[in-house]
Design a protein. Structure first.
Lengths: 125, 130
């Protein structure tokens, strides 16, 4: 019979697998918000929404062992945190920086290997 | 208060993924009784009835942020002296100094290791209560 800690580890692993399955959808949500922001031009509400999505992705992916995704999400979050109070740079430059950060997120996801067995199988094609 | 053990924790976290894993860690690894709130306003409403020994409080929350919630909780008689630990990715030196000035018991940086979360809180608790 396993210890309570073994039971907790097994449940963490199940949660991590679920998170891995949901991660592509979270990334897609970020990409869609970013695309709207780039298309419409600067919009404070969209930027705030993207900031919250990046913040959540960074925190949750780190807790579930997706360290590189967490770091890439944090980079996007920090870029937005600096930009939101003073969005005065030319839109073209902002778009280029945003695409670069999103590419970093895609790359991190493609190469990520979460720390638990059985996870990381559900990457986008 | 003496050496009484840490038993009841109010977890305030809006991200469902972190909420789930933190609650599991506190209940199953730490053996704590946990109440979970998804917003600061919910925490302010819930705190008095639950009577936590410790409040684990996210900083970036929708509506009312964690530091404002801290001040609100300090105004409630039931939680005026309840230790608060912030759980946040906002851990720049000036941010840590702010949590310290507010009177927090400690800070847990996100991302955290769920298997160690309860030990960390017990460590903060022992520092306070001997």
């Amino acid at each position: 019979m396993g210890s309570p800690l073994d039971g907790a580890r097994a449940r963490f692993e199940a949660l991590r697998r679920t998170f891995a399955e949901e991660l592509p959808g979270k990334l897609l949500g970020i990409e869609q918000t970013a695309a709207s922001l780039a298309e419409k031009g600067w919009d404070a509400d969209l930027a705030e929404s993207l900031y919250v999505q990046a913040h959540r992705l960074s925190g949750s992916s780190g807790v579930y062992g997706f360290t590189s995704v967490s770091r890439a999400g944090s980079a996007l979050e920090q870029w937005l945190a600096a930009l939101i109070p003073r969005p005065d740079r030319p839109l073209g430059a902002l778009r280029a920086e945003l695409w670069s950060l999103l590419q970093g997120l895609r790359d991190a996801f493609s190469s990520s290997e979460p720390a638990g067995e059985g996870s990381g199988r559900n990457r986008p094609g | 208060v003496g050496r009484r053990p840490l038993r009841r924790i109010l977890l305030v976290e809006d991200d469902p993924d972190i909420q789930t894993v933190a609650a599991l860690a506190l209940q199953e690894v730490g053996g704590f009784t946990v109440a979970v709130c998804g917003s600061a306003r919910d925490a302010v409403r819930t705190a008095s009835a639950f009577g936590p020994d410790l409040i684990l409080l996210d900083v970036l929350l929708p509506g009312m942020d964690g530091t404002t919630a801290f001040e609100e909780l300090r105004r409630l008689p039931a939680t005026a002296r309840t230790p608060v630990v912030f759980m946040t990715a906002k851990v720049q030196p000036q941010e840590l100094a702010r949590y310290d000035r507010l009177g927090s018991l400690g800070v847990i940086a996100k991302p955290f290791d769920p298997m160690r979360l309860s030990d960390t809180l017990n460590g903060f608790w022992r520092e306070r209560h001997g």
